[in-house]
Design a protein around this ligand. Structure first.
Ligand code: ATP
Length: 652
């Protein structure tokens, strides 16, 4: 391969590899669930480099299951052989470095524009703007935007639940674009050799679908990548763009071969595709057991008594005994083909169209940059919480307004501190939707080994901490002074510190729960329940010496809200004094707590007396700060361990 190929740019139509060179093969692939249910039975095919395979079949026929297996993402138990460029890849963890997968659901960050989304995808994929074959990363991204017909939307945001962005079909194109911009042909062991597209044209009209598929075809021809796409109801024009087609029904194979030979093959079997009839539509009709629309049309093939799945069995039986199936079998079992595949693949890997710059710290910084953009643009990420906490501060400031320091306000101060800290932790649930959006993106990107849980969680904490600090400051500025907590800079800043730690711990709980249960309603219910639990056992609603022994010896000691509450109480009460009325009969003896006459006829209750009387032990602020940090850290660590465990499970 000539070095000149490095100067090729996306959009040029000079083929780099011969379409008959190395390939992706799958031979006799069968798959079962853990309960033994057969999902796929004996599926075979071969896709040379630079070619596109369409997987066609009715809903539930096993298209996604096969794509997952080819990308080594399946949790099913798989038999058969999969090889890429002559190397057997069954269960090979490395295969995911070579496959880019566009899943059915678009996992995009709503606050980013189309161009930003693709720029971040290119950078995360390891594309360097200084790469030899790539004069400018922006140019590269713009050319992908242009070929996907997204130039007019380049600066439009993808869209959030409260801000309309691009359409569903345009989102599909952005998802495809993310794979096209990222590290195609890179030389770092993470080159993209196979582009897997699940339902790539769903949501697109016929013209847009044709445009997208034809651009992908052009791209495959230039770069030599193999494209495997499941597709629903393609127009005739779109269908004929594919080089070959695999027809599936009920997990079985009804045809594999060149698109151009479909009509001839089925005519030979007595299933004539009517003139001017969309062949793809015909194939779907004869394999759809739910709606047997073509019985009359295909009566010369199907005997009158053959119904439903028997019809599919008949199609598969005919395929298995066909010359075409025998030819495919010969191709798959030919050792010479494998050797040829391997040799050409070595040549292709030297291409290095784009070189790589990715490393762990660089990836984390890219993720931080992306999260910062999202955090300040997407009001749902932090904006909603900033507004909500400010409203809460004003509400509390006006309800607990200018409390004087006397014996009648002591309980109100305790209530204000409990309500403020508990409610703030509770409302961390507002972060769940934003985290779940990030999680979906992480899941998609980590599947392709672009980064792992450490970079994801590190970026999350780096971006989150300043926002939480801002919330703590804003809340305190309003509420602290309106309520009339002790007037001292130390008191104020300690109050801010405790709120900040409270928010950090509460957000860590959200991250942990949402990582384990990444479904909105489940994460919401579990987090709300956990916060309710921490509130109940924290020692304020039920005093520790009365608290049931089970809760006392378990959750009471790992309750971050308890340490925050105790820290805030000591900060406020310990150094304060509360006045109480002096009476002629009893002096200070009528006060709620033991008081002393500090001046002539002036009784004061010391804060320490209040704390002692209410059963609060000594001030261990340092220890409590350490414990809240440790609890928050432990929750993040558990989230990391869980994500790592899940990543390993999928990899195996
Ligand atoms: N891990 C699994 N456990 C149980 N059943 C599964 C599993 N994976 C797939 N299936 C079942 O296998 C069948 C094929 O599913 P698959 O998603 O592969 O079909 P599909 O052709 O992609 O459908 P659609 O076009 O509707 O997306 C379905 O009935 C599905 O429920």
């Amino acid at each position: 391969m000539s070095e000149d190929h490095n100067d090729l740019e996306f959009g040029q139509s000079v083929p780099v590899v011969s379409p008959s060179s190395s390939s992706l093969c799958f031979a006799h692939v069968s798959a079962r669930t853990s309960s033994g249910r057969a999902i796929l039975s004996d599926i075979s095919g071969r896709v040379p480099r630079g070619n596109m395979l369409a997987i066609l079949g009715p809903s539930g026929s096993g298209k996604t299951s096969l794509l997952d297996i080819l990308a080594n993402r399946s949790t099913l138990s798989v038999e058969g052989r999969i090889c890429l460029d002559g190397v057997t890849r069954n269960g090979d963890k490395q295969v995911r470095n070579h496959v880019r997968y566009v899943q059915q659901e678009d996992a995009l960050i709503g606050a980013l524009t189309v161009r930003e989304t693709l720029l971040f995808a290119a950078r995360l994929g390891g594309v360097s703007g200084k790469s030899k074959g790539l004069r400018n990363i922006h140019q590269h991204v713009d050319s992908v935007i242009s070929v996907l017909g997204l130039s007019e939307q380049a600066n439009t945001k993808v869209g959030t639940p409260i801000q309309r962005g691009i359409s569903g079909g345009q989102k599909r194109r952005v998802s495809v674009g993310e794979k096209l911009v990222a590290n195609i042909g890179g030389a770092d062991g993470k080159s993209c050799d196979v582009l897997v597209l699940d339902e790539v044209t769903s949501g697109l009209d016929a013209v847009a679908a044709y445009e997208v598929v034809s651009r992908i075809k052009e791209f495959a021809a230039i770069t030599g990548i193999i494209v495997v796409a499941s597709i629903h109801q393609p127009s005739t024009a779109t269908f004929t763009l594919f080089d070959s087609v695999l027809l599936m029904s009920q997990g079985k194979q009804a045809y594999f071969g060149p698109v151009g030979q479909v009509t001839e093959y089925f005519s030979k079997q007595g299933l004539t595709i009517p003139a001017n009839y969309n062949p793809a539509e015909f194939l779907l009709e004869i394999t759809n057991t739910d709606f047997m629309a073509t019985r009359e049309r295909s009566s010369s093939f199907f005997k009158a008594d053959i119904q439903g799945s028997d019809q599919v069995d008949e199609l598969c039986r005919v395929w298995n005994s066909s010359e075409e199936a025998a030819l495919l079998e010969t191709l798959l079992s030919n050792k010479d083909n494998e050797d040829l595949d391997r040799d050409v693949a070595t040549d292709i890997s030297r291409l290095g169209l784009l070189s790589s710059i990715s490393d762990a710290s660089n990836t984390t910084m890219i993720l931080v940059e992306r999260s910062v953009l999202k955090a300040y643009r997407d009001i749902l990420a932090y904006g909603v919480r900033v507004i909500m906490y400010l409203c809460l501060a004003i509400l509390m400031g006006t309800v607990w307004l200018r409390l004087g320091a006397n014996e009648n306000t002591i309980q109100s101060f305790f209530n204000a501190i409990f309500f403020g800290s508990a409610f703030m932790s509770f409302m961390a649930v507002a972060y769940i939707p934003a985290f779940l959006e990030d999680y979906a993106t992480y899941k998609k990107e980590s599947h392709e080994k672009l980064y792992g849980p450490a970079a994801f969680l590190l970026a999350n904490v780096i971006v989150g901490l300043p926002f939480l600090f801002l919330i703590a400051i804003l809340f305190s500025v309003v509420e602290y002074w309106m309520t009339g907590f002790r007037s001292s800079a130390t008191g104020f800043f300690r109050f801010v510190m405790w709120l900040f730690l409270d928010l950090v711990a509460a957000e860590s709980l959200v991250v942990l729960v949402s990582s384990i249960a990444p479904i909105f309603v489940a994460a919401l219910a579990i987090t709300a329940f956990a916060n309710g639990l921490w509130m109940s056992v924290g020692g304020f609603l039920v005093q520790p010496n009365v608290l049931n022994r089970f809760w006392y010896y378990t959750f009471y000691w790992i309750d971050y809200q308890r340490y925050v509450f105790d820290g805030m109480i000591f900060n406020e009460v310990e150094s304060r004094s509360y006045s109480c009325p002096w009476t002629a009969e009893g002096g200070c003896s009528g006060c709620m707590y033991s008081a002393s006459e500090v001046e002539d006829q002036v009784c004061m209750i010391s804060g320490q007396t209040v704390l002692d009387a209410r059963g609060y032990g000594g001030d261990h602020t340092g220890l409590w700060v350490g414990l809240v940090i440790a609890i928050a850290f432990a929750m993040r660590l558990l989230a990391y361990a869980w994500l790592k465990f899940m990543a390993r499970r999928i990899a195996h």
